[in-house]
Design a protein. Structure first.
Length: 215
């Protein structure tokens, strides 16, 4: 109903913020054409939204819809989250507090796909500036570079030690739980926008540190 009302009001393009969660248990690196197999309510909800946008935009010639599959977004701001799975935020917070944490062996090997929320906003703004009729139906949004939990720990610990003399303190414990890997291919995005700006992870961590200290 919302999309139909938007089309009737003269809206010509609709961007749907989807998620890498639609890929679910399939093995990365994911392309836009990769099989979709969500395993969470979040993933199923995003996939349902994608299908709705696709169906409506195909039935209304005046409205073009695009689904943007976003990775794990990180960075400072009013929506700063510390819940389970927000690994960059949680590791930075623990390091600055000098608090020792326990991490699983699976986490060290797990593969992640992060993107600064400001870079994601910039990409969306660039897509908005393009004529809707040129939009592909789906685009993976991300940096195209992936890292393991072990690599993330090293980056956070080295930065916090260098800047604040507070390396990340942690121990590793075994866990029977299986951890899913994440990672999207963003070749189509890069070709569509002829490249896009990216912040280094260290720069995002620096801003997160300042945000945590200030709040």
């Amino acid at each position: 109903m919302l999309l139909i009302k938007a089309a009737n009001a003269g809206v010509r393009g609709f961007i749907y913020a989807s998620s890498q969660a639609v890929y679910g248990v399939t093995r990365p690196v994911w392309h836009e054409s990769s099989p979709l197999a969500p395993v969470t309510a979040h993933g199923w909800g995003k996939l349902a939204g994608e299908q709705l946008v696709k169906t409506v935009s195909e039935s209304l010639s005046d409205l073009t819809g695009i689904s943007l599959r976003l990775p794990k977004l990180i960075g400072p701001g009013s929506g700063f989250r510390m819940n389970q799975g927000e690994w960059v935020h949680a590791l930075v917070h623990a390091a600055l507090q000098g608090r020792k944490i326990s991490l699983s062996q699976q986490f060290l090997a797990q593969q992640f796909d992060f993107m600064d929320v400001r870079d994601a906003a910039s990409v969306i703004t660039c897509i908005l500036a393009r004529p809707p009729k040129t939009w592909p139906k789906v685009l993976n949004i991300g940096l195209g570079s992936h890292m393991t939990g072990k690599e993330l720990i090293a980056v956070v610990s080295e930065f916090c030690e260098m800047k604040y003399n507070k390396p990340l303190r942690y121990d590793v414990e075994a866990s029977p739980l299986h951890s899913r890997n994440f990672g999207m291919d963003v070749t189509a995005l890069s070709e569509y926008l002829n490249g896009f700006s990216k912040r280094a992870l260290e720069d995002t961590i620096a801003d997160i540190c300042e945000f945590v200290i200030g709040h």
